[in-house]
Ligand binder design. Sequence first.
Ligand code: SF4
Length: 146
Amino acid sequence: MFKNLILRINNYRVKSGKYGFKASEILVLCPKCLQNPECAKDILSDPYSCGRCGRCNISDLVKISETMKVGIAVAPGGRLACSYAKDKAYKAVVAVACPFELVAGIIKTFPKPVYAVRNITPKGPCIETKVDPEEIIYGIGVFTKV
Ligand code: SF4
């Protein structure tokens, strides 16, 4: 798939860089579809309102944000995701999304580096998606290494 090839090339290019960013300069950007559909927590307004019940990966990502001191934002769609990614407070983004949204976001956010993490879609696109937290931790490490 052409978009997956673009993502592989992007991540290869990003991994080749030496950044040395502070954790606080890195944003973990997540899609709303990671949230368990039965959860009423308003994680779009405040990801830290997650009750850490473990029914979806939002709890893992919030814990990563807290322990590694990186920023976190949850976006309902591509337009708001791009606005978060362009926030000047952040020098790099670890973004979780489907290949289509990741490629669009990388282009719109350029030249800010984006490490792209594909979400897993066991129930189909945009429904109760999942992500491997280790991939997020790896992406953060790409931007903090000197
Ligand atoms: S982990 Fe957080 S966001 Fe997910 S279902 Fe539990 S409280 Fe809701």
